[in-house]
Design a protein around this ligand. Structure first.
Ligand code: NDP
Length: 334
């Protein structure tokens, strides 16, 4: 374990030319300064690793500014207050924040949220009961607007967002169909998460297997992946179908996306809408309440891939970009 007075941090030190690599990151140790009035210090227990971080590594125009070089990598964190000179927090509080890839976070408390871990584990606040869960909730309810009896398809179905999308669609009375990479992920999606079917896009029969899994076509598609998966689902869209464009991870890590699908938007009169979850803060309280209740009652299931130690954050992040995670990717620090 690190010395209590030292903070281990992972910095972004260079930008990838194509695929990201561990050389883009550097682990450093810095002394923790004494706490000032109004400040709170948190021992991070979990880092959230998320696909959006790959976009921040590039210096390109986007909805968010790039991650500055030689600074701590951005990211969601969940941990415990160990020292507080801020009346809103006390030692022992479990908190969720955005301290990034480091063992300790120090701040004035803004953006830090105390969470109740009686019924919902701390780590879940970075997954199904946190940003990925709200993403699923918003894209499904706010854009796809599922009706009972409809078919909803979601890609990256075993992941943090996708797993919640399918379970919420099922609860809304829909046929929920996942697309995931590999037999094991697909088995989990059907047997544990309760989807009606799951298509293994790595089996080499994507188009035919999808067609068989959606006999009545697709009314709602929650897009997480892009590329050939998006093309295949587009081809099965029903008239007046809705597509929530949430992410296109297959194009994030230096591989341009082939785009054949857009012509079908017109021919099938599709509603295709992109969104960014942090621009819909109004829905967060309701979504978090419903998701937390689902987890506490055991109805909403989720899975985590947990890497150990801050030094393994870069490798785990690259694994996430290559589909090596199985469920929400976290790094455990304590
Ligand atoms: P996941 O837990 O789903 O992990 C990423 C998964 O993507 C991998 O496990 C892999 O699963 C899948 N994947 C599919 N195709 C590829 C490919 N070509 N290369 C690599 N991985 C691939 O991540 P999240 O649930 O956190 O995120 C899912 C999507 O949602 C991402 O696109 C992300 O950017 C987006 N997102 C968007 C937000 C928004 O506000 N718009 C907010 C949060 C997330 P498999 O093995 O099944 O292929």
């Amino acid at each position: 374990m690190a010395d209590a007075r030292m903070n281990r941090q992972v910095l972004l030190v260079s930008r990838p030319q194509s695929e990201a690599s561990v050389d883009n990151f550097r682990l450093v140790e810095t002394p923790l300064p004494p706490l000032e009035d109004g400040q709170v210090r948190v021992r991070n227990h979990f880092l959230s690793l998320d696909p959006y971080m790959r976009g921040r590594m590039n210096d390109t125009k986007s909805y968010a500014p790039p991650q500055p070089l030689d600074e701590v990598m951005i990211g969601g964190t969940a941990g415990e207050v160990i020292e507080s000179r801020n009346p809103a927090f006390k030692a022992g509080d479990r908190v969720v924040g955005m301290f990034g890839w480091q063992e300790y976070g120090t701040s004035d408390g803004s953006g830090l949220r105390v969470v109740d871990t009686t019924h919902v584990p701390l780590s879940a606040y970075l997954g199904a009961a946190g940003m990925p869960g709200v993403t699923a909730w918003y894209g499904l309810n706010g854009i796809i607007e599922p009706k009972a009896g409809e078919t909803v398809v979601v890609s990256a179905a075993s992941g943090a967002v996708g797993s919640v999308v399918g379970q919420l669609a099922k609860a809304a009375g829909c046929r929920a169909v996942g697309i995931a990479g590999g037999e094991e992920k697909c088995r989990y999606v059907v047997e544990t998460l309760g989807f009606d079917a799951c298509v293994d896009y790595k089996a080499g029969r994507l188009y035919d297997d999808l067609k068989a899994a959606v006999p009545d076509g697709v009314d709602g598609y929650f897009e997480n992946v892009g590329g050939e998966v998006l093309d295949a689902v587009f081809a099965r869209m029903n008239a007046f179908g809705r597509i929530a464009v949430c992410g296109m991870i297959s194009g994030y890590d230096g591989k341009p996306l082939p785009m054949k699908a857009p012509a079908l938007i017109l021919s099938q009169r599709l509603k295709v809408q992109g969104f960014i979850v942090s621009e819909h803060m109004d829905v967060w309280p309701r979504a978090l309440k419903e998701l937390g209740e689902g987890i506490a009652s055991g109805k909403l299931k989720y899975r985590e891939s947990i890497a150990q130690g801050i030094e393994n954050a870069p490798q785990a992040f690259l694994g996430l970009l290559r589909g090596k995670n199985f469920g929400k990717q976290l790094v455990k620090l304590v």
